[in-house]
Write a protein that binds this ligand. Structure first.
Ligand code: PSU
Ligand code: MN
Length: 299
């Protein structure tokens, strides 16, 4: 696979310096401009401050880019017509010379092909509410079952059906480890009521379990779920009503498929008057901080 590395990522991979993979649909479709560029540059600078090389992954003019220059980051934050590229669309995106943000599934694929082992995002995709009728389940789940990496997220996005998502992760053989918790986090809030996860207490423990998962020959990712910091969370009972009305709005406007997740996230931002955007940024930065520590443990 042809990959265009930034100079910094390329040299770090050669000498074995830690590199952290970062997703780009969260930037292109998950957050509005200019919050998205501020977030992206902040995530990169936190990595650099702590001695880890950030590798934001995206498709630019049909090239798989691992590590972006500032102008490339700008190009995926400003253009509203940019594509959302999932794993199944990678070949199409290259053939058609698209520019696009890569979803969790596509980012994991490229990161793994590049030899990276730690990846952070905000929240993974999963089983959508109403999946019984629509069958809408994110490709992220399949990618997690097939690509052996450490993935750090704040659970699955709260707009999803979290109990079904957690069941699907079990069926697909994806080990889920709670960072300082035994409860599956609900993205905007720390609690979902879904308890009983294996609780880990340190980045070293995450790295250790990941190594053992590789040793025993698992092909699945090791999913580390990291709750949003308390000061940034929106409690479950507050956000639920807003999510319900966003889902009703999507149904009325017949929004489905790959447009659904970006639509719901935008509606939630609008109806919380921007508060959910602050929460989204905070949890994603918190995940970057944990990913940095785990990638240092593994390098
Ligand atoms: N997490 C966020 N914001 C996002 C996403 C995740 O905090 O925008 C994106 C990810 O790229 C994820 C995608 O892979 O949403 C899932 O989309 P879908 O439900 O269409 O598979
Ligand atoms: Mn879908």
């Amino acid at each position: 696979m042809k990959i265009q590395f930034s100079a910094e990522v390329e040299s770090s991979l050669i000498v074995g310096k830690p590199v952290l993979a970062l997703e780009s649909t969260i930037i292109s479709h998950g957050m509005p401009y200019p919050d998205n560029i501020e977030f992206s540059l902040k995530a990169e600078s936190i990595c650099k401050q702590q001695g880890v090389v950030p590798a934001t992954i995206a498709i630019i003019n049909g090239k798989c880019c691992v590590g972006l220059e500032k102008t490339q980051i700008e190009s995926i934050t400003k253009d509203v017509s940019i594509k959302k590229v999932s794993r199944r669309e990678l070949g199409i995106a290259i053939a058609k010379k698209w520019t696009g943000g890569t979803t969790v599934s596509a980012t994991m694929h490229i990161a793994h092909q590049s030899g990276l082992s730690v990846f952070t995002t905000g929240g993974i995709g999963g089983v959508h509410r109403g999946a019984k009728k629509t069958f809408d389940m994110s490709q992220d789940l399949i990618a997690l079952s097939q690509i052996p990496m450490v993935v750090v997220s704040s659970g699955a996005k709260a707009i999803l059906d979290l109990p079904k998502t957690l069941e699907a992760l079990e069926t697909l053989g994806v080990p889920v480890l709670g960072f300082e918790t035994d409860e599956f986090p609900a993205f905007y809030s720390r609690n979902s009521g879904l308890c009983g996860l294996l609780r880990i207490e340190s980045p070293g423990e995450a790295a250790h379990v990941f190594r053992k998962n590789i040793d025993v020959g698992l092909s699945a990712s090791t999913l580390i779920v990291n709750p949003v910091p308390e000061k940034d969370e929106i409690p479950n009972n507050e956000i639920e009503k807003i999510i319900d009305s966003a889902i009703n709005g999507a149904r009325e406007r017949k929004i489905k498929g790959k447009d659904l997740t970006p639509f719901l996230l935008k509606e939630v931002v609008r109806n919380t008057h921007g508060r959910s955007l602050e929460t989204n940024k905070a949890l994603a930065i918190n995940n970057v901080n944990l990913g940095i520590k785990i990638s240092k443990e593994l390098s």
